[in-house]
Design a protein around this ligand. Structure first.
Ligand SMILES: C[S@@+](CC[C@H](N)C(=O)[O-])C[C@H]1O[C@@H](n2cnc3c(N)ncnc32)[C@H](O)[C@@H]1O
Length: 212
């Protein structure tokens, strides 16, 4: 039997292989960008693609584009007429990410907006069947309120980093603003009777939320 150093290696060897284009993007993210660990990567990206193929959204909202890895995974899972609206507040990200969208098989499916989603989306009419929340952890409660006001009935929210490296249960992080944001988000979702929810302890914690 092939030897594996850890379970993550084993898991990655037994799921659908990473598409060659995504593999190149992941490598470029690591060699050209700061904080490359923010990119979803093979395991989470494969789950996002599968969720998009299950949910079959016509419209997807993404909060936090970064290098575009997660948006391309969701685009790969959607039907051909699906659209993704992805927001990135950091304008320095545009020169890197836009060519990766344009060179992908889905150039027309992804609209990248540079700016703060909390300022721009309220002025647009868009509604969504699926949303991926992956922006600033301090703002997760505000994202939740905004996304819920735009999510169609039966729609899904996927929120990343909801266990925040375990800090959600560590008192040493009580004064940390990002931990506070994630805890408040988790409490809001838990108390909201209008959604079904489950937290997957995958990677940094991924919450799946369904609007009833
Ligand atoms: C974790 S990264 C996104 C990773 C990407 N979704 C992926 O999985 O490959 C978070 C990104 O959110 C962006 N961001 C933070 N606050 C934002 C906001 N209010 N509006 C739009 N983008 C935001 C950051 O600049 C950063 O690039």
């Amino acid at each position: 039997m092939q030897a594996f150093d850890n379970l993550e290696e084993y898991v990655l060897a037994h799921i659908s292989p990473e598409h060659e284009y995504l593999h190149r993007l992941y490598r470029a993210t690591h060699t050209q960008l700061l904080r490359p660990r923010m990119a979803s990567g093979h395991l989470q990206g494969t789950l996002l693609r599968m969720l998009a193929s299950l949910i079959r959204p016509k419209s997807v909202l993404e909060i936090g584009t970064y290098s575009g890895y997660s948006a391309l995974c969701m685009a790969a899972g959607m039907e051909a007429d699906g659209k993704i609206l992805t927001f990135e507040i950091n304008d320095e990200q545009e020169d890197f990410t836009r060519p990766w969208f344009e060179g992908s098989p889905f150039p027309a499916a992804i609209e990248m907006v540079i700016g703060d989603v909390l300022e721009i989306l309220p002025g647009r009419p868009d509604r969504f069947d699926m949303a991926f929340i992956d922006g600033n952890k301090r703002q997760y409660p505000d994202y939740y309120r905004l996304v819920m006001s735009r999510l169609n009935e039966g729609g899904f929210i996927i929120a990343d980093n909801t266990l925040w490296d375990g800090h959600v249960i560590e008192s040493a992080y009580d004064a940390d603003a990002q931990t506070q944001g994630i805890r408040e988000f988790n409490a809001m979702v838990a108390a909201d009777p209008s959604v079904e929810k489950v937290i997957l302890p995958l990677r940094d914690g991924l919450t799946l939320i369904r609007k009833i």
